[in-house]
Design a protein around this ligand. Structure first.
Ligand code: AMP
Length: 393
């Protein structure tokens, strides 16, 4: 099939996109870019496969009033102009929540779109933007097939025990269970593991996706067995702005003793906590690493302490550990964070090769280490493109 696939990742304030050739299995996009600051100060950037920056054209004139729909209305003709010879075959969307209904990707129809919109309360900060992007594409290019790829699907292989909260059964039955997220990233890493681990890829592996959003996934046979995120993308590890796992009693305290409303608490837990809240400085790991503020150091130390604790909590689900993979912005780029986490895990048999870690080598454990530790770049857009390719066949 000739033509191109467009992978779209619509977040609250950004739309990331990547364009892939439809007729090859390549994981390298022909064009990759983003509109950041949507609704604030929109900024367009895009590069071709060779790394050359591409001109924004009409997208340079976006203003504060431009929402997701306005951005997509300009992005589609911009893409058409930059892929002139190749028709757009499908648009694949990263959709954060597939609920219990979607255990795999799906072609979007009117009833499917309705189901995705009904899941908005489960991911209020992400799902509405994913749905808005699908609606915008349907409006401007109704002729083009759309594919929804879910961050939750990868975890649907989990045992019931890994998915249950210790809550009254009626709540579990209505869907208050642990879903898990970052599934597209885990899917990509699971796909490339054999190339790095050989037979051990089917063993007991924990993947640490450490970025602005952070989570871990314990895999066996390259399938998700347990994960640190739960009902929402707020649970588990400490993140850039999100608190991660929290005693639910704190939420009750904020309501009862501090009189805070649900929206205020949501803002506190999703936007003002994590690295930003503890450091009082920034949600950006690189900024904190470059700072000599003691609060920045404490934020990094807490991030690593909690990551190591969370990892240790996942080990029983897979009965040991053969390999640990670091991925995403922090996992791929921060040698100090990887070192601090691994230092706490020596008892698991992990031994880091400091020199390899410092140069961001693919294998950063020593030959004596009982656990292989790898640094692998994730590529969620490639999973979306592959899904389009599979479904359009
Ligand atoms: P992501 O959400 O995967 O794009 O990851 C974003 C996070 O990665 C931010 O906290 C960045 O500060 C962090 N990051 C990116 N590059 C580096 C680096 N060289 N050193 C430390 N952190 C980094």
């Amino acid at each position: 099939m000739s033509g191109v696939f467009l992978a779209l990742n619509a977040g609250s304030s950004s739309i990331k996109f990547a364009v892939f050739d439809a007729d090859t299995e390549t994981t390298t996009p022909r064009i990759k870019g983003a509109v950041a600051g949507v609704g604030r100060t929109p900024a367009f950037s895009a590069r071709d496969a060779g790394g050359t920056a591409l001109d924004a054209g009409a997208l340079a004139s976006l203003d504060v009033s431009a929402g997701h729909e306005a951005v997509i209305s300009l992005l589609l003709p911009w893409l058409a102009a930059h892929t002139a010879d190749r028709p757009l075959r499908a648009v694949g969307h990263r959709v954060v929540h597939g609920g219990q209904a979607f255990a795999g990707p799906t072609l979007v129809s009117a009833p499917v779109l309705q189901q995705l919109a009904e899941l908005e309360p489960l991911a209020p900060l992400h799902q509405p933007h994913n749905v808005a992007a699908i609606r915008a594409v349907a409006k401007w290019r109704p002729d083009v097939a759309q594919v929804a790829c879910f961050d939750t699907s990868f975890h649907r292989s989990q045992d019931r025990l890994a998915q249950l909260f210790a809550l009254p059964r009626a709540l579990s039955d209505e869907g208050v269970i642990r879903y898990g997220f970052h599934g597209l990233s885990y899917d990509y890493i699971a796909g490339i593991l054999p190339g790095h681990l050989g037979n051990r890829a089917s063993g007991r592996v924990i993947v640490a996706h450490l970025g602005n959003g952070s989570s871990m996934c314990a895999m066996k046979d390259r399938k998700s067995v347990a994960t640190s995120m739960g009902f929402t993308a707020l649970d588990g590890l400490m993140m850039g702005r999100r608190c991660g796992a929290l005693d639910p009693g704190v939420v009750l305290y904020l309501m009862q003793a501090r009189g805070m409303k649900a929206a205020e608490i949501e803002h506190l837990l999703y936007k003002q906590s994590g690295l930003l809240g503890v450091s009082g400085l920034s949600n950006d790991m690189q900024v904190l690493q470059d700072s000599d503020d003691p609060h920045a150091k404490e934020a990094i130390d807490l991030f690593c302490y909690r990551a190591a604790s969370s990892l240790a909590g996942l080990v029983p689900a897979i009965g040991g550990l053969d390999a640990l993979v670091f991925t995403a912005g922090i996992g791929e780029n921060s040698a100090p964070v990887r070192k601090l986490i691994c230092e706490r895990l020596g008892w698991l048999g992990i031994e880091l090769d400091d020199a390899a870690n410092d140069r961001h080598a693919t294998r950063i454990s020593t030959v004596r280490s009982g656990v292989e530790v790898l640094v692998l770049a994730t590529n969620e857009e490639a999973v979306v493109a592959k899904t389009c390719r599979d479904l359009m066949r």
